[in-house]
Design a protein around this ligand. Structure first.
Ligand code: SF4
Length: 439
């Protein structure tokens, strides 16, 4: 059989959803992956790994070990557990296509389940800041075509979304024909990162908080007259950070260089990453995001500047869009709060989530006693304790649908290999559960 080449395949390795991947397929299996990063390549190759879960399984309560079951028996067992739950929790959901996420939210709304989502507390803070100040967002297309300064603030995409730097900062665009030569890359981070190694302008904050960095950068922008001095009064940032900046001469000089780069840029795109978007950083300085978004808005009076919060899970953006229409019907909590909310009578439906691996010893003891229905194709500590395992086809590789890229753009997934006999997509699994429950 000749090798078939599947071009323009979308990679679901991270939220960048690269749509320029080429796959060689022969005998219904992937022979080679072209143009993906190592992370993406590994995800495609996982489709033919021997140790992936292929068959549904049910745990024998007497022996504690799982054995293969038919789809019908496993779905029946899952439905039995779910319908007898005193408290039903659906965990994960961000690693499914848009339609499957909608089904999961429908199930949650109908059964009054609690939705436990990774990074939800952080996103809630982002959402509150957006409500307070609005947000100048950008698309990846704008970064490619229009930006001449790309600032990664607390973001290290080289590790988490490896092709992001090449796609945004080093690529040629309609108005940026020479790519890297006209685009500058700037990085602000706590310590040197692989992304920082490739930056033209860098600021290492070390022990200095991001709030102090923001205040100092704002002061330098005021000195360069691209930010009005009155902004300082209304920024919500503690005054002392403007008056006594407790940072090294080196960092001060780096932030002055950063202000010069912003002053010289026509369009600055800021990717806000994990060193800022975490519960500790936002808990220590609750005004930080408000200050950042307010600064971006104020700069726009003189320069074009926009910001995009980075969440790397491949369809996190799709989940946020789906939640925007159902949030009032479903209780949503952060995944980290799930152990304290799970008690006697709780049943968990885990959708592509490995919540057990993040649990402390004490949390593990309690969570591992709960009935867990696990929809996952990978063996994880969570599938290890599951009462029922329902292994789906790999979305984007064996099953399709749509997914939402980190900048909100919807993409059609074009699976390079189809579903094998006896496979079901996660969407079909949820549909069957809904039908059996009578919804
Ligand atoms: S950057 Fe992300 S989406 Fe692109 S190939 Fe790598 S893992 Fe896949």
């Amino acid at each position: 059989m000749p090798i078939e080449n599947k071009n323009r395949t979308v990679c679901t390795g991270c939220a960048l959803l690269c749509d320029d991947i080429s796959i060689d397929v022969q005998f219904g299996t992937i022979q080679a992956v072209h143009n993906a990063c190592l992370r993406g390549t590994k995800k495609f190759q996982f489709a033919s790994k021997k140790d992936r879960i292929k068959n549904p399984a049910i745990k024998d309560l007497a022996t504690g070990s799982s054995s293969d079951a038919t789809w019908e028996a496993a779905i029946d067992k899952a439905v039995d557990l779910i319908t007898h739950a005193k408290h039903f929790v659906i965990a994960g959901v961000s690693r499914m296509n848009d339609d499957a996420q909608e089904l999961a939210l429908n199930l949650a709304a109908k059964l009054k389940a609690t939705l436990a989502i990774q990074d939800h507390a952080t996103f809630t803070r982002v959402f509150e800041a957006i409500q307070n100040h609005g947000i100048e967002l950008f698309t990846l297309g704008e970064t490619i075509n229009n930006a001449d300064l790309v600032l990664f603030w607390g973001a290290n995409p080289i590790d988490l979304s490896p092709k992001m730097l090449v796609k945004t900062a080093f690529s040629r665009g309609r108005y940026r024909q020479s790519g890297k030569e006209v685009k500058k890359v700037a990085v602000i981070d706590d310590y040197p990162t692989p992304t920082m190694e490739r930056a033209d302008i860098k600021a290492i904050s070390g022990d200095t908080s991001h709030g102090a960095v923001l205040a100092t950068l704002a002061r330098a922008l005021v000195d360069r007259k691209i930010l009005e001095p009155s902004w300082i009064e209304t920024s919500g940032i503690p005054k002392k950070l403007f008056e006594e900046p407790a940072l090294s001469d080196e960092l001060l000089s780096q932030l002055k260089d950063m202000a010069v780069a912003i002053d010289n840029a026509e369009y600055c795109c800021i990717f806000l990453g994990e060193a800022v978007l975490n519960q500790q950083s936002l808990g220590d300085e609750r005004w930080l995001l408000d200050g950042m978004l307010s600064l971006v808005r104020a700069i726009n009076a003189k320069r074009k500047m926009a910001v995009l919060p980075l969440f790397y899970t491949w369809n996190f953006a799709g989940l946020l869009q789906a939640l925007a229409t159902t949030a009032d019907k479903v209780e949503v909590i952060d995944m980290r709060d799930m152990p304290s909310r799970a008690g006697n009578g709780t049943v968990v439906l885990s959708l592509g989530s490995d919540f057990i691996s993040k649990a402390s010893d004490d949390e593990y003891r309690r969570l591992s006693e709960l009935p867990v229905v696990c929809v996952d194709f990978k063996r994880t500590p969570t599938t290890g304790i599951a009462s029922v395992i329902l292994p789906p086809a790999m979305t984007g590789i064996e099953s399709g649908g749509t997914a939402t890229r980190l900048d909100g753009v919807t993409l059609n997934l074009s699976p390079p290999i189809g579903m094998k006999a006896n496979m079901k997509s996660d969407q079909e699994i949820l549909q069957l559960i809904l039908e059996k429950i009578g919804m």
